[in-house]
Design a protein around this ligand. Structure first.
Ligand code: CMC
Length: 434
């Protein structure tokens, strides 16, 4: 990576009678940062920042978020423009390479991705080892981790060609692996990829086709799937991406790193929120039950949260949620469910929350997960697949961030410190004297 951090001056940290110069630097947009890399060596002090709310862990040129303004850019391009005018495969190229492709570059890239969609036949036997009721994310953590046992010709992290092949393999195979996890849980045969179809259509076919019948891809659903993938493709240093970078910082191979990202994504505060948001809407059931639910959310003695609301970075409407809301209406119309009671609950819940002081004061707005669950349900996916779909989409972001880190000369093994508050040194007491 061509490092571009610019020096911007310095700040002074005064501790007792000692003063330390702390360099200030900045990027192209966004707030400046205090460069504290030498602070410990100079002062013997660490900084304390659980949850990394005030800490930049790396330099990156991939994705920019302005949480106050509700802006999300991939390589400088606004998410709504990409969702409306581009395609997921083009977005993959953009995230990996930093620029929009020419027609020839896109054709070559698409060719490479489609030629990697199959998985080693032996990998399909892994699935038989899982219980049929296993969560697809549990299956995916295992199967994606196992890819490193199959593709030895793309695990040399110091070889740029290996890194590129591993990226293409991961983007290409994740839909196949996720669709196989789905098919396994419902007891249907696996459907092999069909390379004449585009990325999203191929995925829908692998999920919903059966050998006994022809399957015709619905273009509205294919477009919805493609936009869903684009909206979830990257989100700078979120928990799963940071997990991928941290795993990669030790030199672990890319397949193992992406498996760690999938494990992190699974949690309900992160990728699992779309599943939780739909369960919440189902639990509320009707518009009449909303006031009682909102009262529970606002009760300081309850830990009920409005799932699909709030975000660590967005203190404004999540720009992805706006696109997702439109997509939701289009998909529900297509399946003739525009009067779906869950959609009515969602619309009314959003209206109430956006006008309620509790949510306004805390800057809690709908995030992408608020409408994605209803949309995916209408597309035919069970709730247990929602986070798996997020993982398929986010794989390109994870691997682009991993590649950027591998090419960054400032990269070192990630190793946070701690404030230790446990027992000071003490002597062992033998069992008979305790
Ligand atoms: N419903 C009700 N109150 C909330 C919510 C919510 N969804 N989110 C935050 N709050 C309140 C929280 O109780 C706290 O109030 P108080 O100051 O009175 O104690 C205040 O807002 C700040 O909350 P926080 O937990 O300190 O905020 P955070 O930045 O650590 O949490 C979050 C961010 C996304 C984990 C949280 O908003 C949340 O749990 N939301 C619901 C889960 C969700 O939708 N997650 C998807 C995130 S977007 C997809 C992704 O990137 O993975």
């Amino acid at each position: 990576m061509d490092n571009k951090i610019k020096p911007k001056g310095s700040a002074t940290l005064t501790l007792g009678d000692k003063a330390y110069d702390v360099p200030v630097c900045g990027g192209s947009v966004g707030p400046d940062v205090l460069d504290i890399r030498k602070l410990y060596a100079q002062s013997g002090l660490f900084t304390y920042d659980p949850g990394f709310t005030s800490t930049a862990s790396c330099e990156s040129q991939i994705t920019f978020i302005d949480g106050d303004e509700g802006i999300l850019l991939y390589r400088g391009y606004p998410i709504d423009q990409l969702a409306e005018q581009s395609s997921f495969i083009e977005v993959c190229y953009l995230l990996l390479h930093g620029a929009l492709p020419t027609q020839a570059q896109l054709a070559q890239f698409e060719h490479s991705i489609t030629r990697h969609t199959m998985v080693h036949e032996q990998l399909s036997r892994f699935y038989q080892g899982f219980r049929r009721d296993a969560h697809p994310m549990a299956v995916m953590v295992g199967v994606v981790g196992a890819l490193s046992a199959f593709y030895h010709d793309s695990t040399d992290i110091n070889d740029p060609h290996h890194r590129m092949v591993a990226s293409h393999r991961l983007i290409a195979k994740l839909p196949t692996i996720a669709a196989m996890a789905f098919k396994y849980t419902i007891g249907q045969p696996f459907v092999y990829p069909l390379n004449s179809l585009d990325y999203a259509s191929n995925f829908l076919r692998m999920c919903f086709a059966v050998p006994a019948e022809d399957y015709v891809v619905n273009p509205v659903m294919a477009r919805a799937m493609d936009v869903f993938f684009t909206l979830h493709a990257d989100h700078e240093q979120n928990a799963s991406t940071s997990t991928v970078r941290l795993a990669g910082s030790s030199g672990a191979n890319p397949f193992a790193c992406i498996a760690s990202g999938i494990a992190c994504l699974w949690g309900p505060s992160h990728g699992g929120a779309n599943e939780a948001a739909l369960r919440m809407l189902e639990e509320i059931g009707t518009v009449a039950n909303i006031p009682a639910f909102i009262a529970k959310v606002k009760d300081p003695n309850s830990d009920v949260r409005l799932m699909g609301f709030g975000h660590r970075v967005y203190k404004n409407y999540d720009p992805r949620a706006k696109v997702m809301q439109k997509l939701c209406h289009a998909v529900l119309k297509e399946v003739g469910a525009d009067n779906d009671p869950l959609l009515q609950v969602a619309v009314e819940l959003e209206r109430i929350a956006l006008n309620d002081d509790y949510f306004i004061k805390r800057k809690l707005y709908p995030n992408i997960d608020f409408y994605s669950g209803i949309t995916l349900k209408a597309m035919g996916f069970p709730t247990s697949m929602f986070t798996a779909l997020f993982a398929v989409a986010r794989t390109v972001g994870w691997i682009a961030q991993w590649t950027e880190m591998m090419e960054d000369e400032a990269q070192r093994i990630g190793r946070p410190r701690q404030i230790y508050t446990g027992a000071a040194q003490r002597d062992y007491i033998s069992l008979d004297k305790r």
